[in-house]
Design a binder for this molecule. Sequence first.
Ligand code: ARG
Length: 457
Amino acid sequence: MEKKLWGGRFSEGTDQFVEEFTESVSFDKELALYDIKGSIAHARMLGKQGIIPQEDAEKIIKGLKEIEKEIKEGRFQWKKELEDVHMNIEKALIEKIGAVGGKLHTGRSRNDQVITAFRLYLKEETQNIINLLRELKKALLEKAEETVDIVMPAYTHLQRAQPIRMAHYFLAYLEVYNRDEERFRDCLKRIDQMPLGSGALAGVDFPIDRNQTAQELGFSQIMRNSLDATASRDVVIEFLSNCAVCMSNLSRQSEDLIIWNSTEFSFVELPDKLTTGSSIMPQKKNPDVLELIRGKTGRVYGGLVALLTVVKGLPMAYNRDLQEDKEPVFDAVRTVKGSIIGMTKIVQGLKPKKEIMESSAGGFALATDLANYLVQKGMPFREAHHVVGQIVAYLTQQDRQLESITLDELKRFSGLFDEDALKLLDPYYVADARKSFGGTAKERVLEQLKYWEEKLQ
Ligand code: ARG
């Protein structure tokens, strides 16, 4: 049995159930390298301030670097009975360099130590997510450049609504993921604040220098209040909430692409290497990556709700409940990163089927435009809506598409129809009429492309 670092006041060993139930090293070892980074900065500061002798600080730093190497090489022995990543590393240090290793924890508590390591982790992973989102945005831009001259139906209520240029769709998601990136960037400002030096909750009674540790650790701000620094997890919640929003967007786009990839729609073809087969139905090519992005969204929402619930009843300041902040985050980080990579590959690899989309973009999808034509000629919109409704009913009864209508027939419904009304039966013409800022007209789509080409280069 390992002797506990906090074992002084205890007369019997810990119940084995309690050890198993309370340990966190099985998952928080993910923070090991950040914990060591924090400890090295702390030890250097203790030495510099004369709180411990310089040579002791050097021994501690050297020992921590050796442990770091062992961890990186997978040689480090993690022990559950030592509870968490912090105690495992501290105990190993003492075993390695002797009693002097016990000086590392001077002027520090696990309460400021753990959240320092966690914030270092969150900073790095936020940057990783931002980088991946940039790759996804670039893929969307490239696909938009490729699809300017493809017209497709856009849907409301999953009913054909109006024709758009396909690029307009990809540019829409570029905006969406750009906001996701902005949210992560904004949150980074609040993550980038150092709790170290707050002690257990009330601050530290040694002459520590928090500016020095903040500088070494690369934190741009120091947390002003020690209670807040050790007790609060709202920034972690904000990070998880950004992950959840990002997953909701990825999931929603997945749904579009799953529908488009169906035989019924056949708007796009997904590359073989990004799909999987069925073990029983030889004809199938399943969009599993997209389905799993959609499916894994649930666990990220779950993590957010879990942490919100963990903190809601906690008294000031640290409570052990806060150990539950880590697993949802580790899981969300893995899930979000994997999902962004998956979506990037899918966007890069998908092949639009131009003819099918074009033919679906015509027909009754153009009815609004016919109504607007009458409005331009002076008819009140409600009346125009009614007239075109009658045209739709008339053609439907005969099982005909809108394109088949003749000028003579149109004139029977309203004397306002003229030769130029027939142009409205071409989806490209109709899409390009939507020239309002933000609209789908080719000239507007090209403007959007130019904007993003400049932004993303
Ligand atoms: N493993 C703990 C956590 O993740 C570290 C802090 C423990 N602090 C304490 N006072 N027991 O929160």
